[in-house]
Design a binder for this molecule. Structure first.
Ligand SMILES: NC(=O)c1ccc[n+]([C@@H]2O[C@H](COP(=O)([O-])OP(=O)(O)OC[C@H]3O[C@@H](n4cnc5c(N)ncnc54)[C@H](OP(=O)(O)O)[C@@H]3O)[C@@H](O)[C@H]2O)c1
Length: 262
């Protein structure tokens, strides 16, 4: 990353991995400004605490299932900065009940739709409304190519999950979550094609953070021998983001930069 001002937007920053992205990005480079979005800025005490004495953190209200919220924040970023270098779509839910379905019997249409809306539709609309700003970015994250015609101006990182890999699915279950992350991965692939065509390019990737100690994974912690801290996962994911080139666009990376099959 170069020394000039970089703008990163973390969508879903009230807690867990999204909150940690904000903390780490602010700490590691004094030239980075972070726009942190969350459903209810008043109820995230950790984000409010981070904001104290930190004029490089902007907190905006955004429910990713509400198009008006997405549009309002894109107007805010346009007026304040006129560009964006990195968009991380981090908000996500396992299932409205907090636990994945164990069999088809427990699938509920409304729960499935809400999971799809939050995990796949919302991130795609984020890409739609923030891509004009990313096209104004100046490649502050990732590796710039020596060839100005083959380089990128911005990055979209969609927080996916290994269980969204169709190839890797050996266990079944978790219909809503698996389907929503598979749909998100298809969005990543499509975006990479669309934003790989023009003179200005946006790198689009899906990321798997490992199994991380957050509220989302809490019901399953006892089954996980190697549970990551948010600090460790985000350090790994930022190393992956820092290493991205245009050739990586459209891929699905784990925290250790292994490429997962869709
Ligand atoms: N933890 C893991 O082991 C793991 C593994 C693989 C993938 N992931 C993925 O990593 C991402 C972050 O998960 P996490 O573990 O940090 O989960 P988490 O601690 O449960 O946090 C979930 C975040 O999503 C936000 N959110 C949910 N619905 C939203 C909506 N409609 N609009 C805006 N924000 C919304 C929550 O905001 P509120 O505070 O307002 O509820 C919260 O900030 C997710 O996409 C998840 O699927 C996590």
């Amino acid at each position: 990353m170069s020394g000039t001002s970089a703008i990163a937007l973390i969508q879903g920053a009230s807690r867990g991995i999204g909150l940690q992205f904000c903390k780490t990005l602010l700490l590691r480079n004094s030239a980075t400004t972070v726009v942190a979005t969350c459903r209810d800025p008043n109820s995230s005490s950790e984000l409010a605490q981070l904001k104290v004495n930190n004029d490089r953190l902007h907190v905006c209200k955004l429910d990713v299932t509400k198009e008006n919220d997405i549009s309002d924040v894109s107007k805010y970023v346009t007026e304040k900065f006129g560009k964006l270098d990195l968009l991380i779509n981090c908000a996500g839910m396992l299932h409205p009940s907090g636990k994945g379905e164990t069999s088809l019997r427990s699938v509920d249409g409304q729960d499935l739709l809400l999971t799809l809306h939050t995990n796949a539709v919302g991130p795609l609309l984020m890409a739609k409304m923030f891509s004009p700003l990313l096209l104004n970015g100046n490649g502050q994250f990732g590796v710039l190519s020596a060839d100005p015609k083959a380089t990128h101006c911005g990055i979209i990182a969609n927080m996916s999950a290994k269980v969204g890999s169709i190839t890797d699915n050996g266990l079944g279950g978790w219909y809503s979550y698996r389907m929503s992350k598979a749909a998100l991965n298809m969005a990543t692939k499509n975006l990479s094609i669309e934003f790989g065509r023009g003179r200005k390019k946006i790198i689009c990737v899906s990321l798997h953070p490992g199994t991380v100690n957050t509220d989302l994974s809490r019901p399953y912690h006892k089954n996980v021998p190697n549970l990551f801290t948010t600090e460790y996962s985000v350090d790994c994911l930022l190393k992956v983001i820092d290493s991205l080139t245009v050739e990586d666009s459209g891929k699905f990376f784990t925290y250790d930069r292994t490429v997962l099959p869709y």
